[in-house]
Structures are given as structure tokens and as C-alpha cells.
Design a protein. Sequence first.
Length: 147
Amino acid sequence: MGHRRAAIEGALAALHAGGAKVIRRSSFYETAPVGKTDQPSFLNIAVEVATDLEPHDLLALCLRIEDSFGRTRIERWGPRTLDIDLLLYDGRTVATLDLTIPHPRMMERRFVLEPLLEIAPDAALPDGRPLRSFLDGVAGQDVRRVG
């Protein structure tokens, strides 16, 4: 919601200031909403960061950034000002109540896979399965590169 590109750019600056330096970033992708479809399209990117933060500390930084941009969690999959997901973390697996890495639904979402594969074409799950192999299963989802 709101000024989508400005929110994303601001979030990237806040990640950097918080100790997660952006190394690579994808193009912007406009995507149809998933889950709750009666809302405007989303703007997505994928980024790779270099950080000394542990996964839970990186999650805490992301949540603080979302909060600083006015993120409220009223409705699952509803409209939001900003949503930062941790997809992968250095080949590690994390499974706790508040964090699951790899992201448990990323293989079902073309709006995640396309930008991620743009910046990391050989990306794979910790078990070695290439993420590219999941694209055929999400072929019908509306995702388009917008710059």
C-alpha cells in the first residue's frame, strides 16, 4: 500500500543501517495477490544480503523495519505497507515457532521464485533441490517484471 517503491527503497536502506548489507537485488515485479485476491497487486523484489546477524536477529531487524513503515497485522494475506520475508540463510535450516527457513511456501509462489532466481539462478534448498525446478508448478501465477 502507499508509495510501494519508496517503501522498498527505504526498507533496503534500513536493512543496511541495521547490519544487513544488500549485495544483489532483483528487478521489481508486480504480482497478483495470493491468498486474499480482492486487493491491488503487490510489488516485490528479492535481495541477497551479507550480515553477521544470526537468523533470529535478522528476523527481528526485519520486523522492526516493517513496524517503522506502519505495518499492521490485521488480516492474513491482506494489504500491507511492507512485508519482508527471510527465504534462505546460508544453506541453513531453521525451524522454530517464530521462524522457518527455508521459507515454507516460497516453492509455491512464482512472485518469490522469479525475483530470487534473477539474482541467484542456481539457488537451491538446503537439501540440494534447485529452486528453478519449482517454476513449472507455479506457471499460472501472474508475475511481470516492471523494472
